[in-house]
Write a protein that binds this ligand. Structure first.
Ligand code: ATP
Ligand code: MG
Length: 258
């Protein structure tokens, strides 16, 4: 993470967002370089999802500027993959895993004939990339939370994006599944030289991977290194409750909530 905007995958300058008269956040001044893996943290309602939606061109800045992959954000950019905050997949959802992923590619023409060979290949590759090939024929409603999350990531990978935005992909997953999803994202990031922004509440499962952290405190967007952010004083202030960062002898950090 850097304050220089040269060759940045995305760059904010004095970015701010408001809905009506209500300001959500201000002072977004950061940029990400290609291949960086950045965590976005902060309490509920502080504007994390809004930050991703600005990059997707779904929310306009009230002030300042932002560029994504060399241009202002625009809707439907295939170079950006997006895993939205968990819309829970209904437990009775009968659609096959394969078709759910395919829907990401052909959603606009759903029901209009069979997929092309190229579309089927893209779905097969995406399922393979997230390790979901074995349950491609299963009804989505019968899959575990972790398996369902893999399918949503597969959807986001269909267009071979350069930037992947994940909004709370770890929510409601057990610790093992959280680790698996984080490692999956990390492996894909490396293999495809992608830049990744991942919104999460529990930092522990991803601390080892991150190049930096973006957080929103008192309505201001702040970007920093792990050394700057993953500290007891900073996190306690951010969450407005005692948070302790334990550092082991070999330098690993663990965040412990009060
Ligand atoms: N389209 C909108 N119109 C008006 N207000 C909105 C809109 N989208 C979001 N907000 C408000 O902006 C604030 C930030 O919302 P956002 O969803 O970005 O927060 P968040 O940090 O992602 O929260 P959570 O952790 O609960 O997902 C909230 O107060 C929300 O109600
Ligand atoms: Mg959100």
């Amino acid at each position: 993470m850097t304050s220089s905007t040269d060759a940045a995958v995305l760059a904010f300058e004095n970015g701010s967002v408001a809905f009506g008269r209500r300001t959500v956040w201000t002072d977004a001044n950061f940029s990400l370089k290609a291949g960086e893996f950045v965590g976005v943290i902060g309490p509920n309602g502080t504007g994390k999802t809004t930050l991703l939606r600005v990059l997707l061109g779904q929310v306009q800045l009230a002030g300042g500027s932002v560029r994504v992959l060399g241009k202002p954000p625009g809707r439907g950019n295939p170079a950006i993959g997006y895993v939205p905050q968990r819309r829970s997949l209904a437990s009775d959802l009968a659609v096959r895993a394969y078709d759910l992923v395919l829907l990401g590619l052909v959603g606009h023409k759903w029901g209009f004939g069979p997929p092309s060979a190229a579309e089927r290949r893209a779905v097969d590759e995406a399922l393979e990339a997230v390790g979901a090939s074995d349950y491609a024929e299963q009804p989505v409603g019968l899959l575990s939370g972790g398996e369902q999350q893999r399918l949503l990531i597969a959807q986001a990978l269909l267009t071979d994006p350069k930037l992947l935005l994940l909004d709370e992909p770890l929510a409601s997953l057990d610790i093992k599944s959280q680790h698996e999803i984080v490692h999956l994202v990390e492996d894909i990031r490396r293999a495809r030289s992608m830049t990744v922004m991942l919104v999460a509440h529990d930092l522990n499962s991803m601390l080892e991977m991150l190049d930096g952290i973006v957080f929103i405190l008192d309505g201001r967007v702040i970007a920093g290194s792990l050394d700057e952010v993953v500290r007891s004083d900073v996190l306690s202030q951010l969450y407005d409750t005692p948070v302790h960062v334990h550092v082991t002898e070999d330098g690993h950090r663990f965040v412990v909530g009060a």
